[in-house]
Design a protein around this ligand. Structure first.
Ligand SMILES: *Cc1c(COP(=O)(O)O)cnc(C)c1O
Length: 391
């Protein structure tokens, strides 16, 4: 990676073009005028490489962000989308045709599941889910018509990893395209391209924004691969980002490193506290020494973020509810990557009558550590766990 400070503070910013303003302008326009016929014609021939025509495809504010995110992820280029889900949609759709087969890790992000199970079957694209912890499962699932492998490492609820170098080299040997959802690691903590993965996507809604105020996505990869997505799926779905939301992401990006630093210090402390707590059955966090894939996590990730899951001991549905609600500093909410700590119990997605006390999955509670003082968060968790004893 180029120097991080340079990428975050300088790369892509041409301040002399806008009055030497330190913060870039929001070029809030839908279209752009050409000075002559010839330049219009040449841009029509190749919009990806050419001048600005129309903001649905390209915009100068968005382009600053593209340069920074491509450099951060060690890729030739980046495309910015209006959600992580549209990054999933465009990158998968661009790489399959009718009759193809996809191998996907088990339990990917929910809208990747919908893509595989609802959207793609309409076009006769089939899939096989595999336990991605073992490379042999990818090899066994491979069919003559397999054209795509979809990864998410770690997964954002149960945190299974895939050996990216192993999957990357297997896929390359078969001419299969690989896509990874790299949202958990951010571009700072994992570089899948260096391990042979073709396309990398993020929900920029999470850490890249960092302020819980923007929904966005990013896809990084080679120019050839991104041009293909740009020329068809991205423009056709019209899911590029607005200049204003791109500007919010640029603002968020300035503090990505220090936010992650803070979270990387506080999260292991909370994890350690919970591991030692008698009312916590298990803690699932990739950088915890007892995590089953700890060695692999250390090998391919340079950091772990503020997201992890605890398994509560056999308690009632009502006790899980009471635990979540007695937390004062963890908001009951989906998503993650912002400044605020969050709690998301698996049980919230299960009807009380379907809750199985003996099923550890039903007792999973995902916690997200925000930027608050760690002592406050630990005290809060301690208080909330004591509710389990009382009920
Ligand atoms: C949130 C999330 C997404 C989807 O991103 P949106 O911006 O919400 O569309 C994809 N993958 C993971 C791992 C996520 O957490």
């Amino acid at each position: 990676m180029e120097d991080l400070s340079y990428i975050i503070n300088q790369l892509g910013e041409e301040r002399e073009l806008y009055y030497n303003a330190i913060a870039p302008p929001i070029i809030q326009t839908s279209n752009f005028a050409f000075k002559d016929f010839a330049s219009m014609r040449s841009t029509f021939e190749d919009e990806y490489a050419g001048d600005y025509i129309y903001t649905k495809a390209k915009n100068p504010t968005v382009d600053i962000l593209r340069k920074k995110l491509a450099a951060l992820q060690g890729a030739e280029d980046a495309l910015i989308t209006n959600s992580g889900s549209s990054a999933i949609f465009c990158s998968i759709l661009a790489n399959v045709k009718a009759g193809d087969h996809i191998i996907s890790v088990r339990k990917p992000y929910s809208w990747a599941v919908n893509m595989l199970e609802v959207v793609l079957p309409k076009f006769n694209v089939t899939h096989t889910y595999v336990d991605g912890r073992d490379i042999n499962n990818f090899i066994t699932a491979c069919q003559p018509n397999t054209t795509l492998i979809y990864l998410e490492s770690p997964n954002s609820f149960s945190f299974e990893l895939q050996d990216l170098a192993a999957v990357g080299s297997f896929a390359q040997s078969k001419g299969i395209t690989t896509i990874i959802d790299n949202s958990y690691c951010t571009p700072l903590f994992q570089n899948p391209h260096a391990l042979g993965i073709d396309l990398c996507l993020h929900s920029a809604t999470k850490y890249i924004s960092g302020h819980s105020d923007t929904v966005a996505g990013v896809i990084t990869g080679s120019k050839a691969r991104l041009k293909k997505i740009f020329d068809s799926e991205l423009s056709n779905s019209g899911t590029s980002i607005s200049p204003f939301n791109a500007w919010l992401l640029l603002r968020g990006l300035r503090t990505l490193e220090i936010r992650l630093q803070r979270i990387s210090e506080s999260t292991p402390r909370v994890v350690q506290f919970l591991k030692n707590h008698p009312l916590v059955e298990k803690v699932i966090f990739p950088f915890d020494k007892d995590f089953p894939q700890y060695e692999l996590a250390r090998q391919q990730m340079t950091g772990a973020c503020g997201l992890f899951t605890i398994v509560l001991p056999p308690v009632s549905y009502q006790q899980i509810e009471a635990f979540a609600l007695s937390l004062q500093n963890f908001l009951l909410a989906v998503s993650w990557g912002g400044h605020e700590s969050l709690v998301m119990p698996k049980a919230a997605g299960i009807k009380p009558e379907n809750y199985e006390i003996d099923n550890p999955e039903h007792r999973m509670v995902r916690l997200y550590i925000g930027l608050e003082q760690v002592e406050i968060l630990i005290k809060d968790l301690d208080n909330a766990l004591s509710v389990l004893q009382r009920n």
